[in-house]
Ligand binder design. Structure first.
Ligand code: AMP
Ligand code: ZN
Length: 307
């Protein structure tokens, strides 16, 4: 269900040109070194998004790794087990390490001896914030607001310019009573046209469901769509016909409230929502729309980004 489909403008740069000019290959699909010009735009986006930060939002920047139990407890394995990356290591057992290295040097694989650690790679930026909020006790009259970010990993190798295994995500998160959280999500969706205008890109808002894994997951996906829990802001990156999800607006209802025991003052389970900015997709979308030379971008867009 597409809610707004303005005429999507022509793109100034094709995927091949973007790949060649913005990135340097690192011999793994969806993993790139990024050029200085590209990072300048990423930093500009960071500055711009900070100007949108909800009043009173507390800022956290999380590392690219998260506790494995935190992600397990969050229910990630029920929905996207195929995307999750786990940190494995040889550990400190001298015999195990020596054997693994010897096997590698004889042409075999050292990783056969590696064991899963207590860490996974962060699949999204917002997961660590819920237990932090839960520690604070009952949520007061005003919803809690957070501005979080992290490098994220999803195991979806691809040669496409808009799908990385390693990418950056910034999120605004709200935790509070159901009506407050619904209002937060709706207000942010209502701001999508303003954000698109600031960035000089055309957009569409689409109801979405996450690409859940397996049968049970597909049912959750249908539930998401039927209950309008996830919307995405689509911006042309690879093509104007198939625009790319660059932001998402998500209602989790009482899922995290239940997992972490978060309650509002009236004793109800807290609801949560997050607004996610896919930083690398937004950056590539800007180059695709305005061209690979930032100097040639429209002055109002450069001004918004401080470039
Ligand atoms: P999601 O949690 O799936 O809604 O993701 C939030 C945002 O992260 C999306 O709207 C995308 O902009 C971005 N994102 C998700 N997966 C990828 C990926 N594989 N490569 C680049 N950006 C991504
Ligand atoms: Zn989130």
């Amino acid at each position: 269900m597409t809610m707004a489909t303005p005429a999507l403008d022509k793109l100034a740069a094709a995927p091949e040109e973007l790949l060649a000019r913005l990135f340097t290959p690192m011999n793994v699909d969806g993993v790139y070194g990024r050029t200085g010009a590209y990072e300048d735009v990423v930093e500009g986006l960071g500055r711009y998004i900070s100007t949108l930060r909800p009043k009173g939002a507390e800022v956290f920047r999380f590392p690219p790794v998260v506790s494995r139990t935190l992600i397990e407890k969050s229910g990630y394995l029920k929905s996207f087990p195929h995307l999750l990356g786990c940190v494995c290591a040889l550990g400190t057992d001298v015999k195990r390490v020596t054997e693994a290295v010897a096997r590698y040097e004889a042409g075999g694989s050292w990783t056969d001896s590696a064991q899963a650690s207590e860490l996974v790679l962060a699949p999204a930026a917002c997961y660590p914030v819920y237990p932090i909020a839960a520690e604070r006790g009952v949520i007061g009259a005003e919803p809690l607001m957070f501005d979080v970010a992290s490098d994220c990993f999803r195991r979806e190798p691809s040669k496409e310019i808009d799908r990385f295994q390693s990418f950056r995500m910034r999120e605004f998160v709200a935790i509070g009573a159901p009506q407050q959280i619904q209002a937060f999500r709706d207000q942010w969706m209502a701001r999508a046209p303003e954000i698109a205008a600031d960035l000089g890109v055309t957009h569409a808002i689409d109801a979405a469901s996450d690409p859940f894994f397996g049968r049970e997951g597909q049912m959750v996906g249908r539930f998401q769509t039927a209950n309008a829990l996830k919307f995405e802001m689509l911006i042309p990156v690879r093509s104007t016909e198939k625009p790319t999800a660059c932001m998402s607006f998500n209602c989790h209802r009482d899922h995290f409230g239940e997992v972490w025991g978060m309650k509002t003052a009236d004793g109800e389970l807290a609801h949560t929502a997050c607004v996610a900015f896919g930083i690398d997709r937004l950056a590539v979308a800007l180059f695709a729309r305005h061209g690979v030379e930032v100097g040639g971008w429209p002055a109002p867009v450069r001004a918004k980004l401080g470039l």
